[in-house]
Ligand binder design. Structure first.
Ligand SMILES: C[S@@+](CC[C@H](N)C(=O)[O-])C[C@H]1O[C@@H](n2cnc3c(N)ncnc32)[C@H](O)[C@@H]1O
Length: 160
């Protein structure tokens, strides 16, 4: 829960400097059962991790908010929705971000990031099944929230 709250704050609060928040979405697969989908909260932006936690709790208790919804779906169902060519997995040992020539900031890109344990074996299998390309933002292991902010920042620099 802490990691998800921090990641949401990175995505919609402190992460983007110039990237339009309306063009960001964070989708979290929780316990491989529920998918939480969050879009730009606009003026309703939860402040701090405690407010994000309250938002998540409301959605998990079956009440959507204006900017967050939940559905019973796990990663395999979610993968079926994504456009394969633009889905990337973030992994320390992947190919360096700067060497990826096919990254297109004008298109729709999805980045899959693990939690504090990385990815469990079932998730790894799903990612392997879909042959998702693994990319790295550095040799050190960063927090998930840091990775989200770093990717947004890289995209901001690509469109300057
Ligand atoms: C705290 S890390 C997970 C650490 C976990 N012990 C592991 O070995 O995977 C959380 C997630 O951030 C992403 N991540 C962390 N460092 C990264 C890096 N240098 N490049 C790309 N993604 C990274 C990965 O998706 C990872 O699953």
């Amino acid at each position: 829960m802490d990691i998800l709250c921090r990641s949401l704050a990175a995505c919609f609060d402190w992460g983007p400097a110039t990237w339009p928040k309306s063009m960001l979405e964070l989708v979290a697969v929780i316990a491989n059962k529920v998918t939480l989908r969050v879009q730009d909260p606009g003026k309703l932006l939860p402040r701090g991790e405690a407010q994000w936690a309250e938002t998540i709790r409301r959605v998990l208790n079956d009440s959507s908010t204006d900017f967050a919804t939940g559905q019973k779906a796990a990663l395999p169902e979610l993968m079926a929705e994504l456009h394969q060519g633009h889905v990337w997995v973030l992994e320390k040992t992947g190919k360096p971000f700067g060497e990826i020539k096919t990254m297109n900031p004008d298109g729709e890109n999805t980045f899959i990031v693990g939690d504090h344990r990385g990815f469990d074996s079932q998730t790894q299998l799903t990612l392997d099944d879909h042959s998702i390309y693994r990319i790295s933002i550095g040799k050190r292991s960063y927090l998930s929230s840091h990775c989200i902010a770093a990717i947004i920042s890289k995209f901001e620099r690509m469109v300057v």
